[in-house]
Design a protein around this ligand. Structure first.
Ligand SMILES: [Zn+2]
Length: 171
């Protein structure tokens, strides 16, 4: 899940270079998610109810949802923004974390990398602003998982995230 108040902070404070990913790279990631058994919904009906949420991943149902910035009607895909792509990379990384936590679909998301990676990518200021969110502050494990997903989405390419999913899936 990506609460509304986090993303603008991330964008404003981000000073890390974003690895270039093409449309094809993201399409490949989209297909890879399905290949590893995750259903992807673009602009699911409940996007309307979750105002300000860019997307989410539910482990138990193996369901990943992207709520596009320019969403108008349910299930109708519109032009992708950079933020939509960022959300796809972010939520896809939660699938990698799910896989890392004893397999996709068991409800346990385990960080893949050391927390130092997230701090190095996000920087102290951004890491602290994420930490200040009450939800994350009260749940250290969720905080680590979210930090990592934000960091990976900003640093890694869609293709490298897809590679990671395939690697985990084939283990
Ligand atoms: Zn998240």
């Amino acid at each position: 899940m990506k609460p509304l108040n986090l993303l603008p902070v991330l964008v404003v404070l981000s000073s890390t270079p974003v690895v270039a990913s093409t449309f094809d790279d993201h399409l490949h990631l989209y297909h890879t998610l399905q290949r590893v058994g995750v259903n992807v919904s673009i602009n699911a009906p409940d996007c309307h109810k979750r105002q300000g949420v860019d997307g989410y991943y539910q482990s138990h149902t193996r369901h990943l949802v992207i709520c596009q910035d320019k969403m108008n009607r349910s299930h109708q895909e519109v032009d992708w923004t950079n933020n939509d792509y960022d959300t796809l990379r972010h939520e896809s990384w939660h699938v990698a974390q799910d896989c890392n936590g004893n397999g996709i679909g068991n409800g346990y998301l385990k960080p893949v990398m050391d927390l130092k990676y997230s701090y190095a990518v996000l920087g102290r200021q951004q890491a602290q602003s994420l930490m200040s969110n009450p939800v994350y502050r009260s749940q250290p494990q969720v905080h680590h998982v979210e930090m990592e997903a934000f960091a990976v989405a900003s640093r890694e390419s869609a293709r490298s995230i897809a590679d990671k999913l395939l690697q985990c899936y084939s283990l």
